[in-house]
Design a protein around this ligand. Structure first.
Ligand code: NDP
Length: 282
């Protein structure tokens, strides 16, 4: 487990570069999945109120016999709670569900620029409170575009520590990554294997065959060498294990370039466009 590199965020908080994501894991199966991941050596779990499985994350950590402090846990503010008082209450519920008096990283899940009068700035100021009172060791955003990040830069005091965005070989999202690089915001790449869509790609399979690795390992290694944080999701302990084995091989410059060249621009997205996404769960 010590072989997973740690990345230092601009606030000094250190985060394991490789973690385990729990989106679309059934709440009833989450504790077992998280426990299996922790047994393999993962020490970073990415959850969200929207996923409905924060309690399962807490249970999985207990079942693995680990202390809360041994695991880096991220959660996110759900879309229905952007108004300041709603955000404060939602954060209290997240801590309760996680059975913890703090979270390592707390994010605004989506900017929702077409809702709340376009005001994600007040929401961010509430996250600043959680950062100041220590209940969030670090704060960041998810699915923010450069224009959204610019607004935070002009209207608030705190630069998000991370921006969690869709990134994979079919949607390399370079412009948003470059903004992060220029402003000290670390990119977290969600759906790093495009929910499996990139695994049949001939270029990726050629590289995988040549290296004696699986297509998923090659794609995850590409992210690691680009410096992004990743947390692939799997309910299969075998796939969790192979997704964790990324540190005994390297891709060369030609491999890296060939994978980056698979980018399809906007049409490569598997998820919604953050400029128009306006979903509020029931
Ligand atoms: P991933 O790109 O991690 O892909 C997960 C899918 O790939 C699952 O269907 C899984 O199936 C399959 N899979 C995993 N490993 C392998 C493997 N080695 N070989 C073949 N198939 C494999 O998608 P996610 O969307 O889950 O993204 C990862 C995490 O990113 C999420 O869990 C969540 O934490 C975060 N996320 C954040 C978003 C945001 O808006 N902030 C949006 C989406 C995701 P199986 O389970 O059967 O192994």
């Amino acid at each position: 487990m010590s072989k997973v590199p740690m990345i230092e965020l601009h606030d000094g908080v250190r985060i394991p570069q490789l973690g385990f994501g729990v989106f679309q894991i059934d709440p009833g199966e989450t504790a077992a999945a998280v426990r299996a991941a922790l047994d393999i050596g993962y020490r970073h779990i990415d959850t969200a109120e929207m996923y409905g499985n924060e309690k399962g994350v807490a249970q999985g950590i207990r079942d693995a016999g680990l202390d809360r402090a041994d695991v880096f846990v991220t959660s996110k503010l759900n879309n229905g709670f952007h108004k300041p008082d709603d955000a404060r209450r939602a954060f209290d519920r997240t801590l309760e569900a996680l059975d913890s008096d703090y979270v390592d990283l707390f994010l605004i899940h989506w900017p929702l620029p077409t809702l709340y009068g376009g005001d994600f700035v007040s929401t961010w100021k509430v996250l600043e409170e959680f950062g100041k009172d220590g209940r969030a060791r670090s704060i960041g955003v998810s699915n923010f575009q450069p224009a959204h990040l610019d607004r935070l830069a002009h209207e608030t005091d705190t630069v998000p520590a991370v921006n969690q965005i869709e990134v994979h070989p079919y949607f390399t999202n370079e412009q948003v990554r470059a903004y992060g690089r220029d402003h000290g915001i670390v990119t977290e790449a969600w759906s790093p294997i495009a929910q499996g869509e990139v695994l049949d790609d001939p270029v990726i399979n050629r590289i995988a065959d040549g290296r004696g690795k699986s297509p998923a390992q090659v794609v995850l290694r590409w992210h690691i060498q680009r410096g992004d944080i990743v947390f692939p999701k799997s309910i299969s302990p075998d796939r969790m294990k192979s997704n964790f084995e990324l540190f005994d091989f390297e891709l060369d410059g030609a491999d890296m370039a060939a994978i980056s060249a698979l980018d399809k621009g906007e049409s490569g997205r598997t998820g919604p466009n953050p400029d128009t996404f306006s979903y509020i769960p029931d």
